[in-house]
Design a protein around this ligand. Structure first.
Ligand SMILES: [Fe+2]
Length: 324
């Protein structure tokens, strides 16, 4: 009987030492950091992977009964929507305050960014001079008709870029930009950023808008494509973070905080970005060799928390201009 009770207790304890993450970030990318966290703390992590927006909707639909403790996304806009919806618990942590720069977290620490990704212009150096594509606005020139590739409008990457642009220059100017870009792209709208860089490398198109790491990943796998694929970072470029928040309904906030503090630590940061060629948000953590140094680009002045406020007008605008 005693043995049974002990077993039961052990079972219950192990059960409570478990976190459920709803993750919009691919499993392959976060497995190394989560495995290391479990190895160090004994806290198990169960992953439910899916699209960032899809998982946000799932949490809202599940309400109080959501089993999720932690929400991880590839986008700060969705985290800001979650904060506004009141489902995130502000994180109180000295590690977070000390390590994560203010620009990369919510003003009340309801969510924090973990890795930085830049929106960039990928191009074929055999067909395009970098001086022709200094800014995103350069891509509105009709000379790019049939030569420009963009991502589907239903994706969070162009959506958050448009939201940041609305914050910078207003809806009217953003609409003009978007209509010109759509006219140039025509039917060259791709279901993934990796397909865009592939299309450039293969000579299908000459320029495209993508997250920077898709170029690095393509070149890592296909080093021979260096001649036909490169990228430029426009000044004050649009950017985003992959980030994380703790659900207010979680009964394991203490464990969730341990996870977040590990992700914000130097070791956690290194493991979090490594696979994906992103920039650690913690400035003292070195970047991967071969990446553009941090002092060689500048970011939009729009804070991510402000960008998040424009997510809904963005969806309306995308609808209005027929960007699918
Ligand atoms: Fe991505």
């Amino acid at each position: 009987m005693k043995v049974l009770l002990a077993l039961l207790l052990a079972f219950l304890t192990s059960f409570s030492q478990e976190l459920i993450i709803y993750s919009g970030r691919g499993e392959r990318l976060i497995k190394p950091v989560l495995d290391e966290f479990t190895r160090r703390t004994g806290i198990k992590v169960i992953l439910h992977s899916g699209g960032t927006v899809e998982l946000f909707n799932k949490i809202i639909a599940e309400g109080e009964r959501t089993p999720a403790d932690v929400f991880m996304t590839v986008d700060a806009g969705t985290l800001e929507r979650a904060r506004i919806a009141g489902i995130l618990e502000p994180i109180k942590s000295e590690v977070v305050e000390k390590n994560i720069p203010k620009d990369f977290r919510a003003p009340d620490n309801s969510w924090i960014g973990l890795s930085l990704r830049l929106r960039v212009i990928a191009y074929n150096p055999q067909k395009v001079k970098p001086t022709e594509i200094r800014t995103f606005d350069d891509l509105t020139n009709p000379k790019w008709k049939g030569r420009l590739g963009i991502r589907t409008g239903s994706n969070i990457y162009p959506q958050s870029q448009i939201a940041m642009m609305i914050a910078e220059r207003g809806e009217k100017e953003t609409e003009k930009f978007l209509r010109a870009i759509l006219a140039n792209a025509g039917d060259k709208i791709y279901p993934s950023d990796s397909r865009i860089v592939e299309a450039i490398a293969k000579g299908e198109i000459d320029v495209g808008i993508v997250n920077h790491y898709y170029v690095y990943k393509h070149l890592e796998a296909n080093p021979q494509d260096r001649k036909t694929l490169s990228f430029v970072v426009p000044p004050n470029t649009h950017y985003n973070v992959s980030g994380v928040g703790i659900l207010k309904t979680s009964k394991k906030k203490d464990l969730a905080l341990k996870l977040i503090e590990f992700l914000a630590s130097e070791e956690g940061q290194r493991l979090f970005v490594e696979e994906n060629w992103e920039y650690p948000v913690v400035p003292k953590v070195p970047i991967r060799q071969g990446m553009l140094p941090r002092d060689k680009f500048t970011l939009s002045k729009v804070p991510l928390s402000v960008m998040g406020r424009y997510m809904v007008p963005t969806l309306d605008l995308i609808d209005k201009v027929g960007y699918r």
